[in-house]
Write a protein that binds this ligand. Structure first.
Ligand code: URA
Length: 429
């Protein structure tokens, strides 16, 4: 069928067959369909949506635009986690080595910061020497030898997504659940995982602002994973305030190391353990979540997860003992007493980008030393003059107002919301 007729069917809200979607994506990947036709198709999908089977066909076609990691026959159960991203989300750093010491193989291919949210690769690159550009062969060798790797995706994995994502970015077609699903899942499925755990975030610091949007995305991701034969579970988690205290690359690496030593903020530790337990449950290593959490916690307490992180860093040339110091610290005190009722997490994320901790242009260089350490959480009582947060920057006067305004203090009471709001498991669909 001519590409223009496929676009017209989608424009008219008609269902596309697997063959039509495969043909359209193959022709795009091989350059026979130009960007302007793909942009029209993406907009038609954005407006009319896609059925479950269309979304699976799109994911499959994007996956087949590249290679899949090819593992030795006797390698173990492979698991990965994907987060839709937030401010202060450093969970991947302790989770990958933790899953590896629990007996899983973890080929974690991660991304860079997007908008106001930080990226795992940027955090790891604040460790002097840490390589995040491993080749496909290096990824496979390291996972087989050590059990885990965290690195960037390669040119050969889901290349159609790379092109389509750049096009969506400039044609207002990013916020579409089927397009987001195919984009995320094609990259994850290219790792050939057996188990996938998804952390779908909602709230002021997340891509999805409401819990209903996050539930819908989580359902779409889980259904697609299951259709492709991967044991998939999603947690829907709150991002209405930063995760943990540390936000900013070097600060977050230090906090992640604290978690690996059995300490760290309770929310970061709890979410790390719960995501680990979900992966262990799906892999059949444990039969219940509490036992999975206990088993994972033991590896944080006994130093084995930290040891595995250090071995992973060394294998990737990183020297975590030489972390650069944070930029100079300046407290931001409260102007009034009251209760913290809300946090504009996105504003904190953008302030860190403006300090140099993220990118406004793809070519921007990151300053790993800048960031923010939060001292209060929603529901806390504060006194005037008490530090709400500490900013680490060489230009504190530039950010003090925006950071202070990002923490809402009032006379009302505010109950802290649970971090894990929902769980969507492939087995229950
Ligand atoms: N992250 C991705 O990888 N793709 C999207 O479409 C959105 C977020």
């Amino acid at each position: 069928m001519l590409p223009v007729r496929i676009i017209a069917r989608k424009r008219d809200g008609l269902e596309l067959s697997d063959a039509q979607i495969a043909q359209f994506m193959n022709d795009y990947a091989s350059g026979r369909i130009p960007d302007y036709q793909m942009a029209a198709f993406a907009m038609a999908v954005c407006i009319n949506g896609m059925s479950v089977s269309e979304t699976a066909a799109l994911t499959q076609a994007m996956l087949e635009s590249g290679i899949r990691l090819n593992w030795p026959a006797d390698s173990g159960i492979r698991a990965d986690k994907h987060s839709t991203g937030g401010v202060g989300d450093k969970i991947s750093l302790p989770l990958a080595p933790l899953l590896a010491v629990c007996g899983l193989q973890v080929p974690m291919l991660s991304g860079r910061g997007l908008g106001a949210t930080g990226g795992t690769l940027d955090k790891l690159e604040s460790i002097p020497g840490f390589r995040t550009d491993l080749s496909t062969d290096e990824i496979i060798r390291q996972v087989v030898d050590l059990g885990c790797v965290i690195t960037g995706t390669t040119e050969q994995l889901a290349p159609a997504d790379r092109r389509l994502y750049a096009l969506r970015d400039v044609t207002a077609t990013v916020p579409s659940i089927p397009l987001i699903t195919a984009s995320i899942m094609s990259k994850k499925l290219a790792e050939s995982p057996d188990v996938l755990v998804l952390d779908v975030k909602f709230g002021s610091g997340a891509f999805m602002k409401t819990i209903d949007q996050a539930r819908e995305l989580a359902g779409s991701l889980v259904r697609t994973g299951v259709q492709m034969g991967v044991r998939t579970t999603a947690l829907v988690t709150a991002m209405n305030q930063p995760l943990g205290h540390a936000c900013g690359n070097v600060l977050e690496v230090s906090e992640a190391m604290d978690v690996l030593r059995g300490a760290g903020p309770p929310d970061v530790r709890d979410l790390t353990l719960r995501l680990a337990a979900e992966a262990l449950l799906a892999a059949g290593i444990t039969t219940d979540l509490s036992e999975g959490c206990r088993r994972a916690a033991k590896h944080l307490e006994d130093g084995s997860a930290e040891e595995r992180f250090l071995a992973m860093a060394a294998a990737q040339n990183g020297r975590p003992d030489c972390l650069p110091p944070p930029a100079p610290a300046h407290d931001v005190p409260a102007l009034r007493s009251g209760i913290v009722t809300a946090v504009d997490t996105e504003a904190i994320g953008w302030a860190i980008v403006a300090m140099g901790g993220g990118r406004r242009l793809a070519t921007d260089r990151i300053d790993p030393a800048v960031g923010v350490n939060m001292h209060v959480r929603i529901g806390d009582a504060v006194e005037a003059g008490q530090p709400l947060l500490t900013q680490h920057t060489r230009h504190p006067e530039q950010f003090v107002d925006v950071l202070r305004r990002s923490i809402m203090i009032s006379d009302d009471d505010a109950a802290p919301e649970p971090l894990i709001a929902d769980r969507i498991c492939g087995d229950d669909l």
